[in-house]
Design a protein around this ligand. Sequence first.
Ligand code: UDP
Ligand code: MG
Length: 317
Amino acid sequence: MKYISIVVPVYNEQENVAVFYQEVCKHMEATGYPFELIFVDDGSTDKTILMLNKLIQQDTRVRAIILARNFGHQVALTCGLDHARGDAVITMDGDMQHPPAMLPLLINQWENGYEIVQTIRKDTQGVSWFKGFTSKMFYRSINAMSNINVAEGGSDFRLLDRKVVDTFRNFKEKARFIRGIISGMGYRRVEIEFVAPERFAGKSKFSLKKMLNFALDGITAYSKLPLRLAFYMGLLSGLLSLLLTADVVYTKLFTAEAVPGWATIAASVLLLGGLQLAGLGIIGEYIGRIFEEVKERPLYWVRDELKSEVELRTKAQ
Ligand code: UDP
Ligand code: MG
């Protein structure tokens, strides 16, 4: 019988863990597949670990890996994928925004032979205007700027066949944009749409800063356009200043007037200075990323994997 892993990164989700667990069990049991439910605790500071420990004691299908600190959603997901043992691995959020009721649908498509079952969020209930807008802009720009195609509303709620997970584990970059990696991977793939309900409890764990970092990681990982942009801007401003010089020389030699001095100089210096700074900034952004990658630090480190009392006792004997 095939075996399924469900990977869930959680960060301060104390009110959601129990409900989530119940719902997942209900829908997974209906499919008849044996499964493991792997929680990756991403440095929670509330009672999440305590809640996880309770689940571990009562159900051997539950596993909990505790990261040593907060590494971010994408890294926590990767840690879960590294630890999953299933023939298929499903990744989802622990706040009920990825409805556990959809699990049988995902598995059904896997049974139909698809190796990647990707869900597409058509709509999110109760999402702010700002988040909706920035998300749309982000997908538009990353698709326009790179040669991958990430579906608008693509989420990290998906099923991956074992083959895909093994391929994914060979991707070693630190600043990871999992949606990009998966959509550039190929394999037999199908999409399912869904409407994300509001979070069951608690607030979104994605601050504006985290969202910006996520967007920047995505764009710089899949596009060299910002770097080229610096080059094109330089070219354009060079051309403009050439035209300007030609105009100044012409006016001086062939007309009675001369172009008055300091204003034009100040303008062109400002223009060039600005463009150079912009270019340097973009280059700096990429160099910073190269620096992060060449250090080859580990992506994450685990503090602990929670164990049930029973398991500990049997080991001791
Ligand atoms: N999450 C995480 N680490 C983080 C931020 C979020 O593991 O640094 C988890 C969070 O607990 C949830 C999932 O990632 O299970 C999605 O986060 P959230 O619901 O806050 O994001 P949103 O749905 O608002 O985009
Ligand atoms: Mg959420």
